[in-house]
Design a protein around this ligand. Structure first.
Ligand code: GTP
Ligand code: MG
Length: 196
């Protein structure tokens, strides 16, 4: 369980992030998939990361310090149609530089909307993660929005699609920022990694 999480700094440049002296866990996924909401749910603080019904809310690399033991990072979303191509390229460069260069990154949580059929952009992104040796864990979000069988069916489809990319299907959790589903599982996973 997270006792204390505080905002540290926002950056566009990975070299200006906090010193890589603690285990780091970052959250990424399509715009509006629920990254910031999930961070707030895990931290038991609705006001920690800024959320919005409009996609494109998070635009920087945001570091939070958790229990003086690890870093939690809220990243901007990918795949948001309403920004210019050059801005998109800037964001992509910023995020990929961060992911490739951040030595203390223990896991990247890739958030997937549990209501949708496998999306090309998500499969492309996790393919890049595989090629770049970024350790990923999938988090299926917004599970409260539909029945459990429907969630299970989209999760199964996504895992099947990801088998074409990874030899072994990635670890995954089903979550809801609304109901708190998956909170204990995700926090336990993180804390296990931090203690090792
Ligand atoms: P960007 O920063 O724009 O990339 O978006 P984000 O991925 O951080 O999404 P954010 O957390 O801001 O949430 C987007 C919208 O989805 C908001 O209206 C949230 O209230 C809603 N939302 C997020 N998670 C959940 C969830 O688990 N259940 C439900 N019902 N709504 C959610
Ligand atoms: Mg956000």
């Amino acid at each position: 369980m997270i006792k204390n999480a505080t905002f540290l700094i926002s950056n566009t440049d990975h070299t200006k992030c906090p010193p890589p002296d603690k285990a780091e866990f970052a959250f990424i996924g399509r715009s509006n998939v629920g990254k910031s909401s999930l961070i707030n749910m895990l931290a038991n603080n609705k006001n920690l990361a800024k959320t919005s019904g409009r996609p494109g809310k998070t635009q920087l690399i945001n570091h939070f310090g958790v229990d003086n033991k690890w870093y939690m990072v809220d990243l901007p979303g990918y795949g948001f149609a309403k920004v210019s191509k050059s801005l998109k390229a800037d964001w992509e460069g910023m995020i990929k530089d961060y992911l490739v260069n951040r030595d203390n990154l223990v896991a990247l949580f890739v958030l997937i909307d549990s209501r949708l059929e496998p999306q090309k952009i998500d499969l492309e992104f996790i393919t890049w993660c595989g090629e770049s040796n970024i350790p990923i864990v999938l988090l299926f979000t917004k599970a409260d929005k539909q029945s459990r069988p429907k969630t299970q069916s989209t999760v199964a489809k996504f895992l099947k699609a990801s088998k074409a990319i990874f030899e072994e299907a990635p670890l995954y959790f089903v979550t809801s920022a609304e109901s708190g589903d998956g909170k204990a599982e995700v926090v336990n996973f993180i804390e296990e990694q931090v203690e090792e």
